[in-house]
Design a protein. Structure first.
Lengths: 192, 396
């Protein structure tokens, strides 16, 4: 059992030396961020679990190609982003899908009255629909920057584009999201 | 800074990635411009909504499942190892499998080829002859082998009778001809050999053994049962000509060729008939209608058995025989009681030059137990006494 205290780079080195158990620490450490990125890109809990698992398996198979030029998390984000984009393309009528909010998203809402819970649930569904209506690259920019607070430079490495491109792409993505959400946000401004 | 410039930098303004001077200019504009102020508030709301999305936990046991899959992958050898290792076991197995498949393929091919051959021939024979299932009594039947075996008539689909097989058979025929040369009349056999060489392809085409036609197989039994006579017609003068190829055929165990060929069976009476001149013979042979070229007869074998024939006495016993320049041999099995009638019919075709029992046969056995006679009839062509050499002796 590899200690959770060692860095990603150390785990990667051990893994590249053949210590498979080192990968377990990496999975534990990054499973939540990877899973949430994929889940927000796909909007489906089960598919997100499957795609996240495939992303980790791909990372394990390709660990020999990782040279440490970027953070392991960046490299892992990129793999997950590619898997999620591929899955989105393979699902027909993606835009027409419904994206129900998972029960696990309701954690923290227990103290609210039912009406507030319903409104919050509806808002999350609208946000998820708006995210899923964006292009994968735009959705990823917003999710990495606004949801996971990933620095611009790392987002640029994940998407393999310059930082300036990330900024302009983020601006366009936010404007698109605003157009989709403004009417609903205005109507519920006082309640949210 | 105008509204358009401010709107294009709102995202950076909210992220605070602009320099201080630009931030101050935008702040000044927003305090004076209500629409831009509303736009920045709406954009900030959207960002907050996304950021407010909860981070949800992956399924329970996610890490364990991933690690289980990884250990499964590690325990499975790569495909190249699975295909090749251990070499000392896999290579002999693969080699043995390849050899067995090759043997099976050759076996199936060998088994399939004769079947195609016999099917092709039998289909043609059935089409042309329309053989009956019952045989009438006291009438000859004809077995036109050559007609049934002509691949050109069989059709394009019968080209599966490979050229190699044809060439092989034709070579055997040619060798047989050379071997039997001393037994033949010198002039006739030499002429036949030349013709055979010229028309080697035709010989090859016509040489294969008879098809497994129902009527063929029952013909001799029908005779023994007194139901119908069997007549076998052989054009050309060399009975032994076909012996090698027939033996060859039986060696290859082609279906439909079981049993001794009729041409090799002993005969009881040997008749030699010299044809009348062509104009006299026209009446006799004109009805025959067999349009053959003179050179082909040396190698032609025609058989037909089991034909339903009219039982009336007016029906000729002899088959259709065209006027040729080469001697022809007819093998005829008839009831003993119709021997005189046959001779009379032969008289219309030509002059009976000799009539002798087979030297190797016991005269007492001339008439078989079943009452049938097996007769070899050699039909010599008409020879102009002024131009042609003396007639060859009959009875070989």
């Amino acid at each position: 059992m590899v200690s959770e205290g060692i860095s990603d780079a150390e785990c990667v080195q051990r893994l590249q030396r053949g210590e498979t158990d080192a990968f377990e620490a990496l999975v534990r450490r990054h499973q939540k961020t990877i899973f949430n990125l994929v889940y927000r890109m796909l909007g489906d809990y089960d598919e997100a679990a499957e795609v996240s698992q495939e992303a980790f398996l791909s990372a394990f198979r390709s660990i020999g190609q990782f040279r440490g030029a970027a953070h392991f998390s960046t490299w892992l984000y990129r793999i997950a982003f590619n898997h999620a984009s591929t899955r989105r393309k393979s699902i027909a009528k993606w835009q027409q899908r419904a994206f129900p909010v998972e029960a696990s998203e309701m954690v923290g809402d227990e103290g609210l009255d039912p009406a507030a819970i319903a409104e919050r649930t509806e808002l999350r569904e609208r946000v998820q629909e708006a995210l899923n209506s964006l292009e994968p690259q735009e959705a990823t920019v917003i999710l990495l920057r606004d949801l996971q607070d990933v620095p611009y430079e790392e987002v640029a490495r994940v998407l393999d584009v310059p930082v300036g491109t990330v900024k302009s792409r983020l601006h366009r993505a936010r404007q698109s999201l605003k157009e989709r959400l403004t009417a609903y946000v205005k109507a519920n401004r006082g309640k949210l | 800074m105008n509204c358009t410039e401010v709107q294009s930098r709102l995202s950076d303004y909210l992220d605070k990635t602009l320099d201080v001077e630009t931030l101050r200019e935008i702040d000044d504009h927003l305090s004076a411009c209500a629409p831009c102020s509303v736009a920045v508030d709406e954009l900030a709301d959207c960002i907050r909504q996304v950021a407010a999305l909860p981070l949800i936990d992956p399924p329970l046991g996610f890490t364990q499942r991933v690690m289980a899959r990884i250990r499964e992958i590690e325990s499975t050898p790569p495909i190249w190892q699975r295909m090749l290792l251990p070499l000392q076991l896999k290579l002999p197995l693969h080699a043995t499998a390849v050899i067995l498949i090759a043997i099976l393929a050759v076996y199936l091919w060998e088994r399939e080829e004769p079947r195609k051959l016999s099917l092709a021939i039998s289909e043609q024979a059935l089409d042309t002859e329309r053989l009956p299932t019952t045989l009438p009594e006291a009438q000859p039947s004809i077995i036109p082998q050559a007609k049934a075996q002509r691949p050109r008539e069989v059709g394009a689909s019968k080209d599966s009778l490979t050229a190699a097989r044809e060439n092989s058979v034709s070579d055997q025929v040619a060798r047989a001809r050379r071997t039997e040369q001393p037994l033949m009349e010198q002039s006739t056999s030499r002429q036949q050999e030349n013709e055979a060489d010229k028309k080697k392809e035709d010989i090859a085409v016509l040489a294969p053994p008879p098809p497994p036609v129902k009527g063929l197989s029952v013909s001799d039994e029908a005779v023994r049962g007194g139901r119908a006579p069997v007549l076998e017609f052989r054009a050309g003068s060399a009975p032994a000509l076909l012996a090698p190829q027939r033996e060859s055929a039986s060696k290859t165990a082609l279906p439909g060729f079981a049993g001794a060929p009729a041409a090799l069976q002993p005969f009881d009476v040997d008749l030699v008939v010299r044809r009348h001149p062509r104009e006299r013979d026209a009446g006799a042979s004109g009805r025959l209608g067999a349009q053959r070229k003179s050179g082909e007869e040396a190698s032609v074998v025609r058989e037909r058995a089991g034909d339903r024939l009219d039982q009336s006495a007016s029906r000729p016993m002899m088959p259709d025989i065209s006027q040729t320049t080469a001697p022809q041999t007819v093998w005829l099995t008839i009831p003993a009681g119709q021997y005189e009638r046959l001779k009379k019919e032969l008289g219309g075709l030509g002059t009976i030059e000799s009539e002798s029992p087979a030297p190797s046969r016991d005269p007492a056995a001339l008439v078989k137990r079943d009452g049938s006679l097996r007769i070899k009839i050699t039909i010599e062509p008409f020879v102009d006494a002024e131009r042609a050499p003396p007639a060859t002796p009959a009875g070989r």
